[in-house]
Design a protein. Structure first.
Length: 94
């Protein structure tokens, strides 16, 4: 019984943690596009690693895999936030 209760508690903790992290990410993705400066819906914004050799993981994968918020923030610091359709333009300039 104790294991079942603990399991339910852990599931609830994980659900709340992921919700909190996703809310934080949504807030960051609400920023204007770093490429064109326009404001778009947060679901149309992506994190893009400018130096792919420094990319450890996609931000969404880090959340799903249970990374701490401090580790996720370090990965986000390697990125710019931009409108997904501008990514091809940016990478063509690099």
């Amino acid at each position: 019984m104790h294991i079942l209760l603990h399991s339910d508690c852990h599931k609830e903790y994980e659900k709340n943690r992921k919700r909190e992290y996703r809310n934080y990410i949504q807030l960051l993705r609400s920023a204007p596009c770093a490429c064109c400066g326009n404001q778009y819906h947060y679901l149309m914004m992506d994190f893009h690693h400018l130096d792919r050799s420094k990319k450890e993981i996609a931000v969404s994968d880090a959340i799903s895999r249970g990374w701490s918020l401090s580790r996720i923030k370090k990965e986000i610091d390697k990125c710019i936030i931009m409108f997904e359709c501008n990514a091809g333009f940016l990478y063509s300039m690099l």
